[in-house]
Design a protein around this ligand. Structure first.
Ligand code: AHM
Ligand code: MG
Length: 298
């Protein structure tokens, strides 16, 4: 684990980063209320057509981070390359400025996701992660190496109140799974069906942030975005989406794994042990409470 700073310095650095995320989340929320989900004519590096809101949320976050001297570089899902900020900074922040933005037209919740790395963009360097849910209220989940659990705050019109520290039970009731079903592997299909046959309920809005937050708030369940025949490496991006939430699920007492099914042999590897080759690499992923992850890992 990369630990160049004392815990006091880490705490101060994380506080300044978290304060900027809180302020930026309110600016993004205000922007969303004036924005009905219009598309631009440009695509991002993954090939998604960008919405005006994706671009604006990215600009808000670049502005929020640019004067924080402990940040060395930032990298956004909407930008091809990392943007250098402060030469003597320590932290690299990878973020998805507006996850699930294609749901905006349906007035469903969207989110932002942040991975805070001490050093380069490698999962073993993660020291904190945060997500923002833009729903009926602005909610923020924040986890760090400094404490167990995920602190969940909501904005009351004046400030962010700590609602609770989210922790997962050993087992839950929710089953959220993505990708085109006709392209799932037989192994994934059988596991998902077994959970439904055992009484699990489908909960999948198509927004990673609200779907994972739902499992955290209810205290358990499974979220999966598997390999499919049309997307063998899944859809979700390691640095901007998968690693930050893997860190959050582990801090909440759950697990997060990559599963490969080769010649009828299942192998589960913790997501935080994967090594990205490129900033925008994707991976299949499973997040959940311990029982569900152990179940899908065999
Ligand atoms: P985005 O970052 O382009 O919005 O894509 C990420 C979203 C996740 O929020 C969600 O889990 C997934 O893509 C939904 O994909 P699908 O519609 O294929 O299930
Ligand atoms: Mg996204």
């Amino acid at each position: 684990m990369f630990k160049p700073h004392t815990s006091t310095t880490l705490q101060q650095d994380l506080e300044s980063i978290f304060t900027s995320i809180k302020q930026a989340s309110l600016d993004i929320y205000a922007m969303l209320q004036k924005n009905l989900g219009e598309y631009t004519e440009s695509t991002n590096v993954t090939g998604d057509t960008q919405l005006q809101a994706d671009v604006q949320a990215d600009i808000i976050l670049q502005e929020a981070f640019k004067n924080i001297v402990c940040i060395k570089q930032i990298c956004s899902e909407e930008q091809e390359n990392a943007i250098p900020l402060h030469k003597n900074g320590l932290y690299s922040i990878a973020y998805d400025p507006l996850d699930g933005s294609s749901l905006m037209g349906a007035n469903l919740s969207v989110g932002s996701i942040f991975g805070i790395y001490a050093g380069d963009f490698l999962p073993q360097n993660l020291v904190a992660s945060a997500y923002v849910v833009y729903g009926m209220v602005v909610g923020i989940g924040f986890a760090s190496l400094l404490k167990e659990g995920v602190d969940y705050f909501t904005y009351n019109g004046k400030e962010f109140d700590l609602q609770k520290c989210l922790r997962l039970s050993n087992k839950g009731k929710l089953n959220a799974t993505g990708g085109t079903q006709k392209n799932w592997s037989k192994a994934h299909k059988m596991k998902i069906e077994s959970l439904f046959n055992a009484g699990y309920r489908l909960r999948y809005s198509g927004g990673m942030v609200p779907d994972l937050h739902h499992i955290l708030v209810k205290g358990g369940g499974l979220f999966s975005y598997p390999a499919t025949s049309d997307a063998p490496n899944g859809k979700l991006r390691m640095l901007f989406e998968v690693f930050p939430f893997a860190f959050i699920f582990e801090r909440a007492g759950g697990k997060a794994v990559f599963i490969s099914e080769l010649e009828s042999k299942t192998t589960a590897t913790p997501l935080l042990e994967l090594q990205p080759k490129h900033l925008h690499d994707t991976t299949p992923c499973y997040f959940g409470s311990t029982w569900e992850i152990d179940f899908v890992s065999h």
